[in-house]
Design a protein around this ligand. Sequence first.
Ligand SMILES: NC(=O)c1ccc[n+]([C@@H]2O[C@H](COP(=O)([O-])OP(=O)(O)OC[C@H]3O[C@@H](n4cnc5c(N)ncnc54)[C@H](O)[C@@H]3O)[C@@H](O)[C@H]2O)c1
Ligand SMILES: O=C(O)C(=O)C[C@@H](O)[C@H](O)[C@H](O)COP(=O)(O)O
Ligand SMILES: [Zn+2]
Length: 364
Amino acid sequence: MTSTNSFTTIDVALGQRSYPVWIGRGLLGDAARWHTALRGRHVLVLSNTTVAPLYLDRVAQGLEGIHWSSFLLDDGEAHKSFANVGRALEALGQLGATRDACVIALGGGVVGDLAGFTAACWMRGIDFIQMPTTLLAMVDSSVGGKTGVNLPAGKNLVGAFHQPRAVVADIDTLATLPDREYRAGLAEVIKGAAIGDEPFFAWLETHADALAARDDATLIEAIARKVRYKAGVVARDETEQGERALLNLGHTFGHALETAGHYTTLLHGEGVAVGMLLAARLSERLRMSEAADTERLQRLLETVGLPVAVPAGFDAQQLLALMRLDKKNTAGMLRLILWRGIGRAEIVAGVNEADVLTVLEAAL
Ligand SMILES: NC(=O)c1ccc[n+]([C@@H]2O[C@H](COP(=O)([O-])OP(=O)(O)OC[C@H]3O[C@@H](n4cnc5c(N)ncnc54)[C@H](O)[C@@H]3O)[C@@H](O)[C@H]2O)c1
Ligand SMILES: O=C(O)C(=O)C[C@@H](O)[C@H](O)[C@H](O)COP(=O)(O)O
Ligand SMILES: [Zn+2]
């Protein structure tokens, strides 16, 4: 990692496909950073109807003299759909995009996942650049090349591993991010620490109030630490053959809650917060971890203002049915990320459905 006064660079080390994650201020308007690389190429900026009015102008400044157009999604997780990938691909066609074209994803994780998948599909794969504008996208979704969309049957069921060429995380954009979305991003920061970095978890406990208050310096350090952690995991296991699955802590429960709630009840980060606690309780039930660890996790989530209980109206059997379609499962059996305590997550295959149901029913 290298730092200057204005920004930090963290490299995702993937040989010839390595790329930088730039974290700092004023980066969206810093045209010089990408203008030369895009000269002579077609560029499609993919964003949404909330983010584009706020930040598309800044990106456009850097695209002067370049043949570009934009494609805007309606806002919300429900629009991370296969139908919209089709529309985005049509937009590339209308632009006349050739194989050297580049997609720019300007927005949160919904935009980033869909834009990355669109780039992976167009002419069997073109470049894309992530310009994350939510905390969650900066610390998680813009890094690592998981791209895709949801189906009615479940979250992220269609997708591809397709790495971006660069990630441009302009902290200035967080100024307009609603508090609830900001807190949802903190869930993915806490997740990283809970999985594999006990000292980072302890640091988060010490700085929880500052983070909840959106203190600048604390936030920038938290973003850099989480990105550095994720970049390391991705570099060691790009396509989730092993260790990378740990990044899914809380997600089997969380994705089921998001889907069952039709994406209107819990944000992704909120689903992850509640899901991590359910995974912690299941780990306790399986005698892998202690109640004290679960309590520590719950306290940290609560301090930063995240939900720690399943909202009313969910059905345990429906959640279990959704969990059966999780991509980590093998041989028709649940394969979950559980943990042995703070910083010690583990992949557990063949988890007994009856134990999962007991934990779900106790939480409803
Ligand atoms: N690919 C991955 O590795 C990965 C990792 C984590 C999450 N995800 C996916 O990311 C998605 C969640 O991402 P998210 O939390 O960013 O949600 P999101 O993309 O829906 O953005 C959250 C909300 O904030 C708005 N917004 C974005 N930037 C803004 C800004 N600067 N100012 C004001 N409003 C702004 C958006 O319009 C939206 O309403 C989910 O689909 C999840 O599955 C993917
Ligand atoms: O990068 C990863 O690997 C992750 O699992 C990060 C998760 O936070 C993210 O939500 C991801 O989209 C989940 O992927 P999925 O494989 O469960 O669809
Ligand atoms: Zn996630």
